[in-house]
Ligand binder design. Structure first.
Ligand SMILES: [Zn+2]
Length: 362
């Protein structure tokens, strides 16, 4: 009798597989292009600011976001991120002041190599050496999950402000929804459809990157309408304003991004498919320099751009605030997001970065 019961239990465990050990049923990845750890952890950079803007302390942005200490400044800049996400729901790695490091393993320190490392789980500095619109030769975790979870074209979706996401995130351009650059939304919602025209009528200064507002609005519309199990939202303005040496606009973009995160989590919490069943990772493709000469820049000539940051919110991971004394890598995102759904990414790429160990410690 006992033997039969034991066998039944074993069969049950086998049938539900690894996924039964976690509550996560959906994953969402959010990236903020080139968002520096300096602003994420310490808010407006009050050392740098007066070097960028003469008489900077009189400026509106400085008066709005300055405060005596780093914790106050970052809470002013990204109130939802710090007060709700990190303090009460998740954790964040990458604060160098606490000896917590998050590093890229690619040595190129610009966007395509960084995003490819995130979505494929491995740096390919020998092959991926430019931001050109070339279809990725290496399959992503998005493709792996689509196959494993049997998801249709809408079940996996990527919304990006930069048009090159069409090529970065998949070897097969027709496998799932990718909406990036000044691409129209396929939505049937009249307001969202009106944004198709608006995004072109109110363009950014850059040919290949639209305003994050449209990217985020299209992503939220897809989330409400199609309920994807796997969603990637790739925001871009933080990088482009920095390249243009427009620190104020970069700060504004971070502040707006914080309000987008609040909207995203308000939706997650309101919807039965997502509430208490969704794991979210928020990170960046690369960092930037720290001085008045290179804060705007990144790439091989700015080695500090290797330092990024990574935030985690999941019903399966402990709330642990700010990490300290540890090093994790950009190439671990793919295996981490697949593991929390119950799958083993090494089946697709044995040499990809492994899941982030600390997250899975009870
Ligand atoms: Zn850049």
């Amino acid at each position: 009798m006992m033997k039969k019961l034991l066998i039944a239990v074993i069969v049950l465990i086998a049938a539900f597989g690894a996924s039964a050990q976690f509550r996560t049923r959906n994953v969402i990845l959010v990236t903020l292009d080139g968002a520096r750890h300096q602003e994420i952890f310490a808010g407006l950079d009050r050392e740098l600011y007066p070097k960028i803007y003469r008489n900077g302390t009189d400026r509106e942005t400085f008066r709005k976001f300055d405060a005596p200490d780093a914790k106050q400044r970052r809470a002013k800049l990204m109130p939802f991120f710090w007060e709700t996400l990190v303090r009460s729901r998740g954790s964040i790695a990458g604060n160098l002041a606490r000896a917590s490091k998050v590093e890229t393993t690619n040595n190129l320190l610009f966007s395509y190599p960084g995003y490819s490392e995130i979505v494929t789980g491995r740096a390919r500095d020998d092959v991926i050496r430019s931001n050109d619109r070339v279809q990725n030769k290496f399959p992503s975790f998005l493709q792996f999950l689509q196959r494993k979870m049997n998801l249709d074209r809408n079940g996996v979706a990527v919304f990006g402000s930069w048009n090159v996401f069409n090529e970065i995130v998949t070897t097969d351009p027709n496998a799932f929804v990718v909406n990036a650059g000044y691409e129209n939304s396929e939505s049937s919602d009249p307001q969202i459809r009106s944004f198709n025209e608006l995004q072109n009528e109110a363009p950014t200064p850059w040919d290949s990157v639209r305003h994050d507002f449209y990217t985020f609005s299209f992503a939220m519309d897809h989330l409400r309408t199609h309920h994807p199990r796997v969603l990637y939202i790739a925001l871009g303005e933080t990088d482009d304003w920095a390249h243009d040496k427009n620190y104020d606009r970069m700060i504004d973009a971070l502040h707006r991004t914080d309000s987008y995160l609040k909207k995203l989590f308000d939706f997650i919490d309101s919807d039965p498919q997502y509430r208490d069943k969704t794991t979210v990772i928020i990170t960046a493709d690369h960092g930037r320099g720290s001085t008045e000469n290179d804060w705007n820049s990144h790439g091989e000539e700015v080695p500090e751009a290797r330092n990024i940051w990574m935030a985690f919110v999941s019903p399966d991971w402990k709330q642990r605030g700010e990490w300290s004394k540890s090093t994790i890598y950009q190439n671990q995102v793919a295996a981490t997001l697949t593991k929390v759904l119950g799958y083993d990414y090494s089946e697709q790429d044995n040499e990809a970065g492994k899941p982030i160990g600390l997250l899975f410690k009870r």
